[in-house]
Each structure stands twice: as C-alpha cells, then as structure tokens.
Design a protein around this ligand. Structure first.
Ligand code: CDP
Ligand code: CDP
Length: 214
C-alpha cells in the first residue's frame, strides 16, 4: 500500500460502514478511525452537562476540549447518544473543531476513515471513496439485531423511525450534509452480508489503486 493512502467510507446510519472500514484497514495494513465516535463523544459531553445538544456554544466547547478518554466511554451508542451526535454534528463550529484531528490522523500514514463527510470534506482527495448504503428497512433490521445482541430492549418500528429521522437530519443540514462525493463508488449492501460487502469493496479498492499498490 502506498504510504499516505486514504480510503473514505461514508454512508447513512447502520449501513455497515464501520464493519467494512475496519476490515479494509486490517486487510490493507492501514490505521482505522471511526469519526462518528467523535460526534458521539461531543454529544455525550453536552448531555452530561445538562445542556441541549443543539446549543452551539456548549457543543463547541465540548468539541474543543475532547480527550482520548471521552472516546473510550461505553455509553456512546443508543438512541439518546445517536440523536445527540447528529444534533451536535449540524453545528459548523463543532465540525471545524474536529477537522484537524481527522486530517492529522489520516495524513501521515494513510488511513481508512468512516463517517458522513470523509469523501466530501475531510479528505476530498482520498484515493478511494466508498459510499456504503442499504435500504432503510435492512439498516433498521441490522441495528435492531445489534441492540438485541447487546441485550438492549428495543422496538423494531422505533429503531427504523430513529434511523429515518437521523438520516434526514444528517442529509438536510447546510454544513457537510450526508451525500456521496461526485467521485464516490456507491456500494448498496441491501442483499450483501458483511463478507460479500468486504469482497466487493476490496475489489473496488484494487481496481482503483491497481493490484500492485496493495
Ligand atoms: O458503521 P455503521 O453504523 O454503518 O454500521 P456497523 O456498525 O458496521 O453495523 C452494521 C451491522 O450490520 C453489523 O452488526 C454487521 O455485522 C451487519 N452487517 C454489515 O455490517 N454489513 C452487511 N453487508 C450486512 C450486515
Ligand atoms: O454508526 P452510525 O452510522 O449509526 O452513526 P455514526 O457513524 O457513529 O455517526 C453518528 C452521527 O455523527 C451521525 O448521525 C452524524 O450526524 C454524525 N457524523 C457526522 O456528521 N460526520 C461524520 N464524519 C461522522 C458522523
């Protein structure tokens, strides 16, 4: 793999971005960053302070003082954390505060990063851009199964409604909205399991970078 190679994996909620990005990183020997965790940690800190995650001043302050320990918390997933992350992610000052860290992470040794705006904003020159998606029903089914696996009680209809709301919020915000970059390859995994999605993605990476580069 050429040093400094960046692979962007974007897409809507529960599409399998993280699962795929982690596997790609391991296969290619690249570091991996889950950028959603940054927004989740900011949202959680604002909630902890008893503030509204839409409060721009509080959210910016939380983003500026984020520490590695904030990313290790075990309460960054679940409906409250999901919506708080999406709320703080719509605030331009929060996104600006997190940009340098994401770029610094990828710049030196290259990386696979997953999120919403990696191919459009964070690394517009990424060597490979994947936009991973699946039908909203299938994504809701995956998230429901994940919650069940963690022993979290959930209602399937509510999980789907939450995913629809969050995707709408992420896609309709003025700053860094969820959308495929013009040069992204869209990978629809509705009928692909995680293994098949990985095989399809690694083929795309090889086609883009040339087999010799890997
Ligand atoms: O990061 P994102 O929210 O997009 O998804 P994830 O955390 O990777 O979770 C996706 C879930 O769906 C995991 O439980 C995967 O095992 C499963 N899955 C997948 O990742 N890819 C598929 N093509 C099919 C299922
Ligand atoms: O795993 P899932 O797809 O459910 O969410 P995530 O990737 O952890 O992201 C949580 C929230 O953070 C998203 O709904 C977005 O609002 C925000 N986010 C973002 O705006 N930009 C990113 N690069 C990553 C996440």
């Amino acid at each position: 793999m050429t040093p400094g190679t960046v692979i962007a994996v974007d897409g809507p909620a529960a599409a399998g971005k993280g699962t795929l990005a982690r596997r790609l990183a391991a296969a290619l020997g690249l570091p991996y960053l889950d950028t959603g965790l940054l927004y989740r940690a900011v949202g959680r800190r604002v909630l902890d302070a008893g503030a509204d995650p839409r409060d721009a001043r509080q959210a910016e302050e939380a983003a500026r003082s984020l520490s590695p320990a904030d990313l290790e918390r075990d309460d960054l997933r679940g409906p409250m954390a999901d919506m708080a992350a999406s709320a703080v992610a719509a605030i331009p000052a929060v996104r600006a505060a997190l940009l340098d860290f994401q770029r610094g992470f990828g710049r030196e040794r290259g990386a696979v990063l997953d999120g919403r705006d990696i191919g459009t904003v964070v690394f517009p020159d990424a060597a490979v851009k994947l936009f991973v998606t699946a039908s909203v029903e299938e994504r809701a089914r995956r998230r429901f199964l994940e919650l069940q696996g963690r022993g979290v009680a959930a209602d399937p209809a509510q999980v789907e409604a939450e995913i629809r709301d969050r995707d709408a919020q992420d896609a309709n915000r003025p700053v860094a909205p969820l959308r495929p970059a013009d040069d992204a390859v869209v990978l629809d995994t509705t009928v692909l399991d995680a293994e098949a999605a990985f095989v399809a993605a690694i083929d795309l990476v090889k086609a883009r970078l040339g087999r010799a580069a890997i």
